[in-house]
Design a protein around this ligand. Structure first.
Ligand code: ZN
Length: 489
């Protein structure tokens, strides 16, 4: 068999760390939100692991862990244990990390994605376990890396933040599928309210296990690629690793089982110089076995909202939205809830969806705010949509009313401020405006009547004048009908 006939199938599993949304850390009462605060200003003897300090498990972490697990279709496991994973590193003052490891709170979940051919594909989730985060090292080198740094500092603010590690089965076959998987996972966890999963704040980090199966029967060994903290880095790292392993196997070499680190600036993976050593696990003697009662699980289940993919299917089936529109409206929970509140106030779903997709999302993007902070409340938008539907407000007038509502005015006041008149324009009023406009544009009428306006530009010009004069109150189709009638008479 020649080289060219060989084909390779990537076999990929992904481990994701997400920061759970809680007020305090996992084993102490230090605040979990230290954004912009001084280094080492959110620490105590417990999260520093000082002698004599005792961890107390934060109930909210367990609750959020269950919520995330349920959102990923996992079963909740009880009782479970915490272990000490012993290793020494400057970002870990205790000398061990407290983790659930192989006895996780949630297991056997799954997520649906579409494969590279566009068919539905199930990615199985092995487990979700709880653990504490470690501190953060800052190096003085210009690129922030250890290499070439003269000084390093350590900030323990992150030490003890609650993490959930989510481990997939090796069901992923391409970088694209990997990105789809993490996108779907992120959306669900955020919907559930278990984490803000803000990538820029480091609330979601990825490692990927990549190996290759060759059509000649060879299996490459598993390589663990670490250090990705964006969707793009995950995608690029997997693409790089697939190409690298194929090259090694084509040349008859052997892919070594190793840990490699992704270098985001150079876009390559490099073998880690630190040898992965055997890490000893012992049961954490300071924490009792963790028990969650069936009643508690049921209570958490009851708080789980409708998930985005179910919502999307429902919007298409019951509300008549296109898949693209439904996907935009369900991308975040606050926008979906805004949309549903509009409909509950009697707005037509398709038209309300259009306003939200265009105007509301544009405003949210410009101001960097959530749907809850948009000055136009769902009731007000529903009123606007209904007025257009009833013919009380023209589309053009509705735009100016909307602008006024964005300043925080309720519907009725916004209508007043924009100068729009609800109730539309009756035929007599429209005929009056049309005759006034035509009277002032005799030259234009001459051109139209002499047949020079083949492209209808002059006609459009007259319509525009009428629309402006009526402050957008008239319906465009009625305006053109009125002009045509006038011209014939
Ligand atoms: Zn603390």
């Amino acid at each position: 068999m020649s080289d060219k006939e060989l084909t390779f199938t990537p076999v990929i599993g992904i481990e994701i760390h997400i920061q759970l949304k809680t007020k305090s850390k996992i084993f102490c009462t230090c605040s979990a939100d230290y954004t912009n605060d001084e280094p080492n200003s959110h620490i105590c003897p417990v999260c520093m692991g000082l002698p004599g300090s005792l961890p107390v498990l934060n109930r909210a972490v367990v609750q959020q862990g269950m919520l995330a697990g349920l959102a990923l279709n996992c079963s909740i496991v009880s009782p479970t244990l915490f272990f000490r994973k012993s290793y020494y590193y400057p970002d870990l003052p205790k000398g061990f990390q407290t983790t659930q490891s192989d006895l996780p709170i949630a297991a056997s979940g799954w997520l649906m994605i579409s494969d590279d051919a566009g068919s539905p594909k199930k990615v199985r989730i092995n487990r979700l376990h709880l653990e504490e985060d470690v501190g953060k090292l800052h190096h003085s080198a210009s690129d922030g890396r250890l290499e070439g740094a003269e000084t390093s500092w350590v900030d323990y603010n992150r030490s003890g933040l609650p993490l959930a590690e989510i481990v997939s089965e090796p069901d992923i076959s391409s970088a694209r599928e990997a990105v789809e998987y993490v996108t779907a996972l992120r959306r669900r966890v955020r919907y559930a309210g278990a984490s803000d999963v803000d990538l820029e704040k480091g609330m979601m980090r990825f490692d990927a296990n990549v190996s290759m199966k060759c059509s000649d029967g060879r299996w490459g060994r598993k390589v663990e690629v670490k250090n990705m903290n964006s969707f793009r880095a995950l995608e690029r790292a997997i693409e790089f690793e697939i190409k690298r392993q194929i090259k090694v196997m084509r040349e008859g070499g052997e892919v070594l089982q190793e840990t490699r680190h992704w270098n985001d600036a150079k876009e390559v993976t490099r073998a880690s110089r630190v040898k992965e050593f055997y890490r000893k696990f012992i049961v954490e003697p300071d924490l009792p076995p963790m028990v969650v009662t069936p009643e508690w699980i049921e209570r958490v289940k009851a708080t789980l909202p409708e998930m985005p993919d179910q919502k999307m299917a429902r919007y298409v089936k019951e509300l008549g939205l296109t898949e693209v529109d439904a996907s935009v409206l369900t991308d975040s929970r606050d926008v979906a809830e805004y949309f549903e509140a509009c409909i509950a106030c009697g707005a037509n779903p398709v038209r309300a969806g259009n306003w939200i997709r265009t105007e509301i999302l544009r405003f949210m993007g410009e101001r960097q705010v959530g749907a809850g902070d948009v000055p136009v409340k769902p009731e007000a938008l529903a009123e606007l949509v209904r007025s257009v539907d009833d013919g009380n407000l023209s589309t053009t007038a509705a735009k100016t009313v909307f602008e006024a509502m964005l300043e925080g005015l309720p519907f009725a006041e916004a209508v007043k401020k924009s100068g729009a008149v609800t109730g539309g324009l009756d035929a007599d009023a429209l005929a009056k405006v049309v005759s006034e406009i035509l009277a002032g544009n005799a030259d234009v009428i001459e051109e139209i009547k002499s047949g020079k306006d083949t492209k209808g530009k002059k006609m459009k010009f007259l319509q525009g004048l009428v629309m402006r004069e009526t402050k957008g109150q008239a319906r465009p189709d009625e305006v053109s009908a009125a002009i045509e009638a006038s011209l014939k008479s």
